[in-house]
Design a protein. Structure first.
Length: 251
């Protein structure tokens, strides 16, 4: 299976010389920006790198059609399902109630006596983080096997943003492994500073908020691409050409 390992691999995979700093940089979610990708999209269109990406994408898409490879209605359905699950698990980590102290019963391992203390529900937090990582890794794998430009674009942005956040993630026990998939050290997670956890998982401009946005973008992209297939799963060349033409026109 192919995987999205890094920006340079993506560039070579699609035989294009794209300035990814211009294409994907400056996509922070600020109130003034409105659409988080607006400034980056404008810059990439102006300097021509977006056009290069489109040409590379369509060249590969044509090659995949000839070889019988590429996305299918079923693979796009799985991509959408996975992206929806990722958004759900990301949003669960943003829930304020998860980061509130609660009355927790703790058992003394020596005496067996239970006492009630006020603490964070580390069991619930760990479960939520593990669910997120499972969904994240599934989406990265599925996106790595996709040839749908809009799916890939969101996935590359997401993995690039995760790479830039690696130092912060390491503080809470999350590291980036092979194929850009996430790995969790549960002991490190439970020993992490609660403020570091809240920085990653709460707030409008947090890491988890941005992942949620890109998951929604991949879901929408997969759903739109799935519409280019007929009811029996065959590729609809007519509808695809209309969609492709529309993208080129807007770019």
């Amino acid at each position: 299976m192919s995987e999205i390992n890094n920006f340079s691999e993506y560039t070579s995979k699609y035989n294009s010389n794209i300035d990814f700093n211009a294409l994907f940089g400056g996509t922070s979610d600020t109130a003034s920006a409105g659409n988080p990708n607006l400034l980056a999209d404008y810059t990439s269109i102006k300097n021509g790198s977006y056009g290069k990406l489109l040409k590379a994408y369509y060249a590969k898409q044509d090659a995949d059609k000839l070889s019988g490879k590429g996305d299918t209605a079923q693979s796009l359905k799985l991509m959408k399902t996975g992206a929806d699950s990722l958004k759900k698990s990301a949003d669960a980590l943003k829930n304020d109630s998860l980061w509130e102290k609660k009355k927790i019963k703790k058992k003394d391992e020596t005496t067996g006596k239970e006492t009630e203390v006020e603490d964070y529900d580390w069991e619930a937090i760990t479960k939520a983080v593990k669910s997120f990582i499972k969904d994240y890794n599934y989406v990265v794998e599925k996106a790595g096997n996709s040839n749908t430009k809009s799916v890939l674009r969101n996935a590359v942005w997401m993995t690039g943003m995760t790479e830039k956040s690696s130092s912060m993630l390491e503080k809470i026990g999350i590291t980036i492994g092979s194929g850009n998939k996430l790995e969790l050290d549960e002991d490190a997670l439970k020993k992490a500073d609660i403020n570091d956890l809240k920085t990653v998982f709460t707030g409008y401009n947090s890491f988890i908020s941005r992942v949620s946005q890109k998951a929604a973008g991949m879901s929408g992209a997969a759903n739109s691409a799935k519409a280019t297939y007929t009811s029996d799963g065959a590729f609809s060349k007519t509808l695809s050409s209309l969609v492709s033409g529309k993208i080129d026109e807007e770019a």
